[in-house]
Design a protein around this ligand. Structure first.
Ligand code: C2G
Length: 132
């Protein structure tokens, strides 16, 4: 069984995230998603998610490609996660290209092209423009 792991905030959950998760799952048989906690977002990523961690966890767990959701509390937990969950592949969008190559000694690191034309910022801006 090929086990894949990926990391992210996934808020607001959108098509680009789904396409990432779909492609990540296609690389193996079991997909683990490490979802950034609210504290990690606030203290280390400088993000404030619209949905809190529990809500984002529920949404991720409802996606057919996702087999397990774990918390991402720190940047440095990836090595321990990969070992603990016996991940063969670590996948993330190519906006992170090269940033996780240091994990190549324990798993295959794959950077997937981001889905163009969609982002949480674009969604918010488009909604503001359309006054929804
Ligand atoms: N993504 C994508 N296409 C988009 C937007 C996002 O493929 N249009 C991908 C990102 O590259 C990432 C995943 O979807 O692989 C989740 O996106 P974010 O929630 O923005 O992830 P990020 O905040 O970059 O967190 O330790 C790693 C970090 O937790 C990654």
């Amino acid at each position: 069984m090929i086990r894949v792991i990926t990391y992210g905030t996934f808020d607001l959950l959108h098509y680009g995230h789904i396409q990432l998760l779909k492609r990540a799952k296609a690389l193996g048989d079991y997909l683990i998603v490490a979802c950034s906690t609210d504290d990690f977002n606030a203290l280390e990523k400088g993000k404030h998610a619209y949905h809190d961690f529990e809500e984002r966890k529920v949404m991720l767990e409802s996606i057919r490609y996702v087999d397990l959701v774990i918390p991402e509390n720190h940047w440095e937990q990836k090595r321990d996660d990969i070992i603990k969950y016996q991940a063969d592949i670590m996948v993330i969008g190519d906006d992170w290209k090269g940033k996780f190559d240091y994990l190549n000694d324990i798993c295959k690191v794959v950077y997937l092209p981001r889905t163009e034309g969609i982002s949480t910022t674009k969604i918010k801006n488009d909604l503001e423009k359309s006054h929804i």
